[in-house]
Design a protein around this ligand. Structure first.
Ligand SMILES: Cc1ncc(COP(=O)(O)O)c(C=O)c1O
Length: 507
């Protein structure tokens, strides 16, 4: 009997809270634990092969080689693996992941990286140029997101921020900031954060890391935050509200203006997660697309996250977190004055940081400029409109919400995960989502190249036909998604994910 059947049969009729409690208790029984581990191992066995395609072909290193290898040999081995991985994203088969990817742009960023590979912004005395780049990345991003000079010339309101390692770190930093401010200024010991269910997993992570209670509020049928329900969820302990512009799953822009007013009225923080949309929406607005207000022009918006390493077209590893006013940003900082190692301070979570990545992000921004971002956004939104209309025209598929370029689609006739699985046989790497079951394509500059959108739509139509012809065929990740979506004991899914991560570190 499969694990899903075992668990469903034994525990499936209980409500979820009881289920997770029962699961935790059941796992303490040795035979249950052993049985589960065996089931997990079977499930993950096939994944190990796909995770380690180079095993047996390229040398593995479980320990340092006694003698260092020749540099040429090392490079040759790495180039061989790298080139095999390149064609998929370069030819536009991947959702999101690589947002620019043109050869000349990458070569330029690589030159900058090579110049600064030793730089560390922690030592601003040694690399003042890296510090300058970070200050200017923050200033340029703030100005792009309605930060400009503060209304009424009020310096305390001026938008400021920091460069972090990615969207997740920007979000973690902002949530820690709100927690610490609420503790210092309002004496809140049991902080709560109110988020729409579609907010990125990074908010859940922040809540767990920083002991914040996450209040998840279901979104409406339009995939957008339900303002009235979020208002109901606010309590004396609420430190902030969250909205996305745009959301990861469905590319929806939450009603930020209403959330901003709600937060302002309650005297709490309002974070706009613009990790995905921050470098697209301002340009979309200028191009005349219908973009509701979503940034610091709204007085209740107190912080934002915007990723330079997505549509900012920087190398992977940078993002910007912004705050309304330096007083708020100071709750993010870390300082210690008593350490024998000297006076120590760091603005973000890391100590030493890769100055080369900040240098490359700065170089990307100043070399692309407003005109370049406008052109890139125009190309992406036009391609996305073609793709969206094409998906909607395929019988059996429905586009969720009203997306601009992150296009989620579902089916009320077919198993959408099987459609995704069939697409993967053709080389496509799409994102499987659940609650509701759907799949999305996050359109990037890679999809704007000639013929890519047409190829995607033709392959998708063929995949739908294939699944319709044989709805029972199931292979690869489809059953895993299916199981993950339906299994009542979420602890089982969590266990499998943990064991999957163990595999990532297996040599
Ligand atoms: C809306 C949104 N927020 C946050 C993140 C997290 O960003 P990162 O993967 O850079 O940590 C993502 C990533 O896709 C995102 O789409």
């Amino acid at each position: 009997m499969k694990i899903k059947d075992v668990v469903e049969k034994q525990l499936g009729r209980l409500p979820p809270g009881v289920l997770s409690g029962a699961f935790k208790v059941a796992k303490k029984i040795p035979w249950v634990r052993d049985r589960l581990e065996r089931e997990y191992a079977t499930m993950l066995a096939s994944m190990e092969t796909s995770l380690r395609p180079y095993r047996g072909e390229f040398e593995s290193f479980g320990r340092l080689p006694a003698e260092g290898k020749e540099r040429a040999e090392v490079l040759e081995m790495m180039k061989a693996m790298c080139s095999r991985e390149e064609s998929r994203w370069r030819e536009g088969y991947v959702s999101g992941a690589v947002y620019h990817g043109d050869r000349d742009h990458i070569d330029f960023l690589n030159q900058v990286y090579a110049l600064y590979s030793q730089a560390n912004p922690l030592h601003s005395d040694l690399w003042p140029s890296a510090t300058k780049y970070e200050a200017e990345i923050v200033a340029m991003t703030a100005a792009m997101l309605g930060g400009g000079p503060a209304a009424g010339g009020d310096d305390e309101e001026e938008v400021c921020g920091a460069v972090s390692s990615g969207g997740t770190e920007s979000i973690l930093l902002a949530m820690k900031t709100y927690r610490d401010r609420a503790r210092a200024e309002r004496g809140i010991r049991h902080p709560e954060l109110v988020v729409p269910t579609t907010a990125h997993a990074a908010f859940d992570k922040a809540a767990r890391y920083f002991n914040i209670d996450l209040i998840k509020v279901p979104v409406g049928a339009d995939c957008k935050a339900d303002v009235a329900a979020m208002s109901q969820a606010i309590s004396r302990n609420t430190i902030a509200l969250v909205g996305s512009a745009v959301s990861f799953p469905h590319g929806a822009i939450d009603p930020i203006e209403a959330l901003s007013e709600l937060a302002r009225g309650q005297g709490i923080g309002m974070h706009v997660d613009a990790c995905l949309g921050g470098f697209v929406l301002p340009w979309a607005e200028r191009l005349g697309y219908k973009v509701p207000p979503f940034d610091f022009r709204l007085p209740g918006v107190t912080s934002m996250s915007a990723d330079t390493h997505k549509y900012g077209y920087a190398a992977k590893g940078t993002s910007v977190v912004l705050y309304r006013g330096q007083a708020l940003r100071r709750f993010q900082y870390y300082t210690t004055t008593e350490w024998p190692g000297g006076m120590y301070f760091s603005p973000t979570f890391a100590g030493s940081r890769p100055g080369a990545l900040s240098a490359a992000a700065w170089a990307a921004m100043v070399s692309i400029g407003e005109r370049g971002y406008l052109a890139a956004t125009r190309a992406i939104l036009e391609t996305a409109a073609t793709i969206r209309e094409g998906i909607a025209a395929i019988p059996g598929l429905q586009v969720l919400g009203d997306p601009l370029w992150v296009i989620a689609f579902a089916s009320d006739e077919l198993d959408i995960y099987r459609v995704m699985e069939h697409m993967s046989h053709g080389g496509w790497n799409l994102n499987g989502l659940h609650k509701p079951a759907c799949v999305h394509l996050c359109v990037t500059l890679r999809h704007t190249k000639e013929g890519v959108a047409e190829r995607f739509l033709a392959d998708l139509a063929a995949a739908v036909d294939h699944v319709r012809a044989d709805p029972s065929e199931s292979s690869g990740m489809a059953p895993v998604y299916g199981m993950a979506a339906t299994i009542p004991v979420r602890g089982v899914v969590s266990d499998v994910l943990e064991r999957y991560m163990d595999l990532l570190y297996k040599v």
